[in-house]
Design a protein around this ligand. Structure first.
Ligand code: G6P
Length: 611
């Protein structure tokens, strides 16, 4: 949420900063801006409301000069997405420029205090307050002023700051919002919210932790705590390439990521399936969660947000079935403010694509504070949730750029199945374990079969893209898929859609059903199929239009459902990996037909680092 990039080095900063922002635009796209420091030490700021292209057009070939700079792409929190509210923000003398991701909670009180000291504000943002506060605290160096200002701040921040008073420097700091340093060749240093912004220049990164400050100069970088004490930090290597974050000829990132799923799911399983033993190897869990010790936990809590929460619900069904320990799935935003009953016999599992979602991170911390074991299932390597958990499982799905999550979801479900095998193998026969391993192995091929039928789904989208409401129904393992299908549709097409447990329909949503209501029913031939069939009958009896997602070989629905999309059959626990794919494609095609911006839907951001 909000993307930051900063640079100091030997080449012109502005084009490099814009390229970095382009790779971070998924984090927010309400407005964008940058500041460079020219050779004479003066600050040059350009900013614009709207997408990054609006900024680029406004600069129109007249790039501000300088080899030091900071830039920002915004997801508005304080103040509407206007040009004055866009970052960078200056102090009153135009000598300090700040970009910020996060929320300064005491901005109101600080603003009042600064006004009394004569400061005049030009925006409604909390960030501008920080720029003025840094000015107020300036004594001898930029890092000293930043640290002194941050000591008065309540809230969260990832910031990058430059100043004409100390022009050979970029100062960065973090508390609660992700930030990393990129260590380039030849005296080039970067700061960014995400490695995507710097990977074109370097794969060597240093992840900042909360309460840390970094000072970048052309001669090197220094990491400090807020009291100015030097810290030694490890340099990590980013393992993926630039082509992983490029669109590669696809119309949208979302489509690219849907199509990638046979590979991303395969990558999640790579090296982890133990065919002979009928179980999974999860090296990251070996020390803190060995399967032979799982019985010491008396309950398991999954916590997550959005799509990851839907995957967690599927995980709940899997672990209860195979591990036989009570499992609850909690919205991270609710869990963190409850007074949950937890102790050292509790296992809290945080699921997150980005590994940076503020609520999920806070829920994990809350769990650990109560003595629970904190485990993570995360995609982004080195992210905060991954680092703060006691141990975890990486998805290895590769970078996900489209705001609507697709490949991360299928990889999460697969990782949860691996966790089920790993922890639950003690409760199942070797034969059962082997059957699950075999079913997992087949998934990539089966996903591909569905993707190959994308045109069929587009035809369906053509019939339904003008409908204002949709209902999605599913039961058992496919109830979370109904939720996920509805979420995908509303996120990118702005059509109102609700997901419901199929049987709950009669307790309310059935009142909505008439001939204008498309009802997507996920009805694979599984243990609850006949129940779902009755629910389809109930919809049809009221004139609803049924789009059924069922498994190959099921001829029973023709004559009942208006449209049938068939997916290959797999084990019941894994069926969501397949039933969700047509729903992703349906949402995608509908959004495209409605002319929506699929990769950057209005009001959303991919990485929600504010609560
Ligand atoms: C945002 C994204 C969703 C995502 C959710 C949780 O709302 O738009 O796609 O599911 O955050 O994100 P996480 O990175 O924790 O999985």
């Amino acid at each position: 949420m909000c993307g930051i990039v900063g640079y100091i080095g030997k080449i012109e900063a502005a084009p490099l900063l814009i390229e970095g922002l382009r790779r971070l635009e998924y984090r927010g796209y309400d407005s964008a801006g940058l500041t460079t420091i020219a050779a004479d030490g003066s600050l040059h700021t350009r900013k614009r409301a709207g997408k990054l292209n609006a900024l680029v057009e406004s600069i129109d070939g007249n790039m501000p000069l300088g080899t030091v700079g900071i830039a920002h792409t915004r997801w508005a929190t304080h103040g509407a997405p206007t040009t004055p509210n866009a970052h960078p923000h200056h102090d009153g003398r135009d000598e300090i420029a700040v970009v910020h991701n996060g929320i300064i909670e005491n901005a109101g009180a600080l603003r009042l205090k600064l006004r009394e000291l004569g400061h005049v504000f030009r925006s409604e943002t909390d960030t501008e307050v920080l720029a003025h506060l840094i000015d107020e605290m300036y004594a001898d160096s930029l890092e000293q002023a930043v640290a002194a200002a941050l000591a008065q701040v309540e809230g969260t921040y990832g910031i990058a700051v430059v100043s004409s008073r100390d022009p050979e420097k970029v100062v960065a700091a973090r508390l609660g919002s992700p930030l990393l340093l990129g260590i380039g060749d030849d005296g080039q240093y970067f700061v960014a919210s995400d490695a995507a912004a710097v990977v074109a220049y370097t794969r060597n990164v240093v992840y900042l932790d909360d309460g840390e400050v970094a000072v970048l100069t052309r001669d090197g970088y220094q990491t400090l705590d807020l009291k100015g004490q030097p810290l030694i930090k490890e340099v990590s290597e980013v393992s993926w390439d630039l082509d992983k974050i490029e669109r590669g000829g696809h119309a949208h990132y979302m489509l690219k990521e849907i199509i990638e799923q046979p590979h991303s799911v395969e990558d999640t399983m790579r090296g982890r399936l133990l065919e002979e033993e009928g179980t999974a190897r999860l090296g990251g869990l070996r020390n803190c969660l060995p399967p032979e010790e799982v019985d010491r936990f008396n309950h398991i809590i999954f916590t997550a947000c959005g799509t990851s929460w839907h995957a967690a619900l599927i995980g709940e069904y899997m672990l209860e079935e195979f591990v036989r320990i009570p499992v609850e799935t909690e919205y991270a935003s609710e869990f963190r403010y409850r007074n949950p009953v937890l102790d050292d016999r509790s296992l809290v599992i945080a699921i997150s694509q980005s590994g940076e979602t503020a609520d999920t991170l806070a829920a994990l911390r809350e769990g650990k504070r109560h003595g629970a074991r904190g485990v993570s299932i995360v995609n982004v390597v080195g992210s905060t949730i991954a680092r703060e958990s006691d141990c975890g499982v990486y998805l290895h799905a590769g970078p996900e750029i489209g705001v609507a999550s697709t490949k991360a979801f299928t990889s999460q479900v697969v990782a949860l199945a691996l966790l089920g095998l790993y922890l639950g193998r003690g409760n199942m026969s070797v034969l059962q374990g082997r059957e699950i391993v075999e079913a997992l192995r087949k998934l990539p091929m089966q996903i591909k079969e569905i993707i190959d039928r994308s045109d069929e789904i587009r035809e369906l989208a053509e019939l339904y893209h003008e409908h204002p409401n949709f209902l999605y129904l599913g039961r058992g393992y496919n109830f979370p898929v109904a939720l996920e299908g509805a979420l995908k549709l509303k996120e990118i097409s702005y059509i109102h859609a609700e997901g419901y447990p199929a049987a709950e329909m009669k307790h309310g949503p059935i009142a909505l059903i008439d001939e204008n209501m498309p009802v997507v029913v996920i009805a694979p031939r599984d243990s609850v199929y006949t129940k779902v069939l009755s629910n389809i009958e109930e919809v049809k009896a009221r004139g609803g239009r049924v789009i059924a997602i069922t498994t190959e070989g099921n001829g029973e629905l023709s004559g009942l459902a208006d449209h049938i999309i068939k997916v290959p059959r797999t084990r019941e626990m894994l069926q969501p990996v397949l039933t969700v794919v047509p729903l992703q494609l349906l949402a995608y095609h509908i959004a495209v037909l409605r002319g929506c911006n699929v990769d950057q839907p209005r009001n959303l951001a991919k990485s929600v680092t504010v609560e």
